[in-house]
Design a protein around this ligand. Structure first.
Ligand SMILES: *Cc1c(COP(=O)(O)O)cnc(C)c1O
Length: 454
């Protein structure tokens, strides 16, 4: 058998020319987005007020299996893609496991995460539509960073509403965004109606993603020539992120490796959805079988403890309603939660795959996650993002199980990004000051009781 290299690089001409839309192969489709005013499925016209028209079309299309990747986007992708699939020989050695571990590394670009894959696509469609600029929200700042890079590439204005506590506590990502020319506003701000309302209702609030989304949507709809863009959760984002899964599939095929298990961390579900889509497609078409696993924080457990129901995507309730696994749009993870993955809901595609039993989910506590991150960093060299480390944790657990059973499973996981801007969290962990918090059933019931009655 051919020896598998440490890094499986694809050639430039092996980079995907099309994105894959897993909805096309799903017999039972994800439920449609609903217009919050009429409670009817959203139309292209509804969405086109908020999103770029081409992106709105992608959002609504659950039939077309492949979308061509425009050449302008492919030429940007070439700066950092195809990304390597790494065989974690050193980690295997350290764990003394018979398992073969692979990770798809998406941190090899300045934004430091997979988010650039969709940011560049969204900026491209905005530019093509002749828009002046886009608005968005960002939590810790990865999405805002990726979008600001993409917008500067196409010469678009980029306005970012950044969750206030991150704006204050994470100045470095904020400055990266400003360096790429973005305007960054702490949210809730006094520049939007919804921001003023939230500030009046909750004085001194340090903000949340749901609230920043509402502000960004309002800013987009109130300015001529602007649209709103979002870095996760939406189906269009999963579509763009399918490059991760398609490249992983090609790289494995190149060496005749059949994955047994594919693991991804899950916040809004975009990297996970993109990684597993082509493999889920094989399962849906009856061609192959895989164990697909979503990993989420125990402090924000939308798949493992949420409800599958229609819910608001934002605090201000201005966005369409989505049917998804949710903790309720009022849910905010406890203050000691360090990393991202803090959104209350989950992509409707990931939710539906989970509901159909194609995908499993696990929740893990953050101290365990940082332990796994440290173990990984020390042997594989890469300093992983806390979000990505959720997948590392489960991959290590599974490799240790293989040690007990003697199985040589092929374990593949998504390493979504690097953690250089997360050193405050690493510091807490290194000082032994990191704690875990698992919300009680009563707390979850409280936010779940506010779900809209649909
Ligand atoms: C944003 C982010 C995630 C989580 O977002 P998803 O949409 O669930 O993929 C995971 N890892 C990194 C590094 C991120 O920046």
């Amino acid at each position: 058998m051919q020896e598998i290299p440490y890094k499986i690089y694809l050639e430039e001409n092996e980079m995907p020319t099309q994105w894959y839309n897993v909805r096309a192969d799903m017999k039972k489709k994800p439920a449609p987005l609903l217009n919050p005013g009429t409670l009817q499925p959203v139309t292209l016209e509804d969405l086109s007020h908020v999103f770029c028209t081409e992106l709105a079309k992608q959002e609504l299309d659950d039939k077309t299996p492949y979308f061509d990747i425009p050449e302008e986007i492919r030429s940007f992708y070439r700066m950092y893609r195809p990304s390597p699939l790494v065989r974690a020989y050193c980690l295997e050695e350290k764990l003394q496991t018979p398992a073969h571990i692979y990770y798809k590394f998406e941190g090899n670009n300045t934004s430091g995460s997979h988010k650039l894959n969709s940011a560049i696509a969204q900026a491209y469609y905005a530019k093509k539509q002749g828009l002046k600029g886009v608005t968005t929200e960002t939590g810790a700042g990865q999405w805002g960073t990726a979008l600001s890079m993409a917008c500067s590439y196409f010469g678009l204005d980029c306005q970012v509403y950044m969750v206030k506590c991150s704006y204050e506590q994470k100045p470095f990502r904020r400055e990266v965004m400003r360096t790429y020319g973005a305007k960054v506003t702490p949210s809730p701000s006094m520049t939007t109606e919804v921001g003023k309302k939230i500030n009046a209702e909750f004085p001194g609030t340090t903000g949340s993603l749901g609230c920043a989304i509402s502000e960004a949507v309002e800013a987009a709809t109130k300015q001529e020539g602007y649209r709103y863009v979002l870095g996760s959760v939406l189906t269009q984002v999963l579509l763009h992120q399918s490059v991760i899964g398609l490249e992983t599939q090609s790289a494995l095929r190149k060496y005749g490796v059949k994955a047994d298990m594919i693991i991804g961390c899950a916040g809004g579900g975009s990297n996970l959805g993109g990684l597993i889509s082509p493999f889920a497609g094989e399962m849906l078409r009856g061609e192959a079988d895989y164990e697909l696993i979503a990993v989420e924080p125990a402090s924000c457990p939308s798949l493992t403890r949420g409800k599958y129901a229609y819910d608001f995507c934002d605090t201000g309730k201005v966005c369409p309603l989505a049917k998804m696994y949710t903790l309720g749009s009022g849910f905010i993870p406890s203050a000691n939660h360090a990393g991202g993955l803090r959104y209350h809901g989950m992509s409707s595609v990931v939710s539906e795959l989970y509901d159909q039993g194609l995908l499993k989910a696990r929740s893990v506590e953050q101290t365990e996650v940082f332990k796994a991150a440290t173990e990984f960093a020390r042997v594989e060299g890469i300093l992983p993002a806390p979000e990505s480390s959720h997948a590392i944790k489960v991959a290590i657990d599974e490799a240790i199980k293989c040690k007990e059973t003697g199985e040589a499973k092929n374990i593949v996981f998504g390493l979504t990004g690097t953690g250089y801007f997360d050193m405050y969290a690493y510091q807490k962990f290194n000082d032994g000051q990191m704690s875990d918090y698992i919300p009680t059933d009563e707390e979850l019931d409280k936010s779940l009781s506010q779900l809209p009655k649909i």
